[in-house]
Design a protein around this ligand. Structure first.
Ligand SMILES: [Zn+2]
Length: 103
């Protein structure tokens, strides 16, 4: 079984032909709509160009569930903000003063 524990292994996966073609299929199947936005009733238009700002997310991460890496039912379309939110990738710069007491 292929493992995707390291960044390098993951990068290699995301560059693979298999992933790229599956990704396009999932985007088409889910109408280029972020599934989170859709749930909140935010997406009404589907624009083929929008795929540039959409990600295909693994519901179960490939690092922990490598067997689901190419499993369509484990994939969902997310917009970049929702995808970042899922992975806690907020652009929150730790401020070195935060920990200090203010006077
Ligand atoms: Zn979204």
């Amino acid at each position: 079984m292929q493992q995707y524990k390291t960044k390098q292994e993951q990068m290699k996966f995301y560059k693979s032909k298999e992933w790229r073609s599956l990704r396009i299929e999932v985007l088409k199947e889910q109408n280029y709509e972020c599934q989170e936005c859709k749930q909140q009733g935010l997406v009404t238009l589907s624009d083929p160009d929008k795929h540039k700002s959409l990600d295909v997310d693994h519901i179960f991460e490939i690092a922990t569930h490598p067997e689901l890496a190419l499993e369509p039912s484990n994939l969902r379309v997310l917009c970049i903000p929702h995808h970042n939110a899922k992975h806690g990738r907020y652009h929150r710069k730790p401020n070195k003063w935060d920990a200090d007491e203010r006077w």
